[in-house]
Design a protein around this ligand. Sequence first.
Ligand code: FEO
Length: 173
Amino acid sequence: MLSEKLHAAINEQINAELWSAYLYLSMSLDAESKGYKGVANWFYVQWLEEQDHARIFMNYLNSRDAKVELKPLAEVRTQWDSVLEMFQETLKHEKVVTSLINNLAAIAAEDRDFASSNMLVWFVNEQVEEEENARDQIFAAEAVENDKYGMYQLDKELATRVYTQASPLATAE
Ligand code: FEO
């Protein structure tokens, strides 16, 4: 049985993942409104991935006979000054998410809840990737700052990103 502390923290995490999804959808729509269709695609894929993250936690609570309780989503920002700023905010946000995941891992370890610790390994690794992806995009956006043609090329490159379902979902249902 999950401890009450971990159950509550995972419900909070579901909200954080859905809020992340909402944030990236907002970035996608802002980019789209400015004509950056590739950037919009990159954040749209991010939106889908964050929903996967929330779903993995929902499935996990269900499988442990613990109720999922959805909470209201806080408002998100709707406008950014540049593509670079979007990726900078992405990295900043992902660092916060990393600390939330680490906190969940610490509670599971305290509880000696090995099933939860195992489930969280995927998220610990995923956060390394999330931060690296954001850093890569900051590097790319910095390289083309004030270079319209470069930005055009970067936008085309970001248009090629495709969504693939998170592996725990592909094997879960
Ligand atoms: Fe769900 Fe972007 O971490």
